[in-house]
Design a protein around this ligand. Structure first.
Ligand code: CMP
Length: 289
């Protein structure tokens, strides 16, 4: 019998804020088993790019099954219903009656039919009395979906905590969360810092060096001025340490979703006074992030 730990019910939301219940049963296992499953997943070319929360959920949701020597674990041509990780024993891979190879413990298999919705591309036979870890296809698919939803929910929760966005309704926040991207240096984007600190620097009149004028951190934003005024960047923004992460909106999304907020429209950093620059002065150089 399979030792059942608990059915975990998590309430998530989709992009429209609608509640959804997804129940995934988790099974207790010892540290070595968890490590073996994790290493097997990370070693599989088709599974290694799953994110760490997906791998963790898969590890927790697998249950064990024993196979007697000589029995088939997977039959070539069948529909795939499980993903496996070999735990104990020796297995052979058979295709068209030919033995293609052997596997010991710590190998993920049966992933192809699950991932690509095709029939089993080979048979897997237990050569010795063996044990495998198994994951049901439906659970695998739910894990794939739920972590996507969870990421969206995490972004919505984070956006709710950003002071600038506090007046926006759930629907707009969900739309913003949906179109957000992790920043990859662009000169045409609006940025919200999701982790770390940046410093804002400007070259003041008569100075050669740029000077630090403020520090921004998680929840602060930048990049709105050039988008609002269709102007050049008013300052440079420099990551203060490795690993600074920003969520970004492109110009169109910014204008449609955020550009009308009064905080944004009325934001005045005092740049014109400080830089001695009347509004509308043409750009001398374009600052890139
Ligand atoms: P799937 O097609 O779902 O079921 C059979 C599994 O055997 C397949 O996924 C792979 O995990 C594995 N497999 C297929 N071909 C080979 C091969 N040439 N060598 C090792 N494993 C294989």
């Amino acid at each position: 019998t399979i030792p059942k730990k608990h059915g975990v019910s998590a309430e998530s939301s989709d992009a429209t804020g609608e509640a959804k219940y997804i129940t995934i049963t988790k099974y207790d296992k010892d540290f070595r088993s968890k490590q073996l499953i994790k290493d097997a997943i990370m070693d599989n070319d088709f599974l290694k790019n799953l994110d760490s929360s997906q791998v963790r959920e898969m590890v927790d949701s697998m249950y064990s099954k024993e196979f007697a020597a000589g029995s088939l674990v997977v039959r070539e041509g069948d529909a795939g219903v499980h993903l496996f990780v070999s735990a104990e024993g020796d297995f052979e891979v058979i295709k068209d009656g030919n033995v293609l190879g052997h596997m010991g413990p710590g190998k993920a298999f049966g992933e192809l039919a699950i991932l690509y919705n095709c029939t089993r591309t080979a048979s897997i036979r237990a050569v010795t009395n063996s044990k495998v870890w198994m994951l049901d296809r439906k659970v695998f698919q739910q894990i794939m979906m739920r972590t996507g939803l969870q990421r969206l929910q995490d972004n919505i929760n984070f956006l709710k905590s950003v002071p600038l966005l506090q007046t926006l309704g759930n629907e707009v926040l969900a739309k913003i969360a949906d179109v957000l991207e992790v920043a990859r240096a662009s000169g045409d984007s609006f940025f919200i810092i999701s982790s770390g600190s940046v410093k804002v620097t400007q070259r003041l009149p008569g100075r050669v060096e740029e000077e630090e004028i403020r520090v921004l951190q998680r929840g602060d934003y930048f990049g709105e001025q050039a988008l609002l005024k269709e102007d050049c960047r008013t300052a440079s923004v420099i990551a203060m340490h490795p690993g600074v992460e920003c969520l970004t909106l492109d110009r169109d999304s910014f204008n449609q979703l955020i550009g009308d907020l009064s905080e944004i429209k009325e934001k005045d950093y005092g740049d014109e006074e400080r830089l001695n620059k009347p509004p509308g002065t043409p750009c001398v150089e374009q600052q890139e992030y």
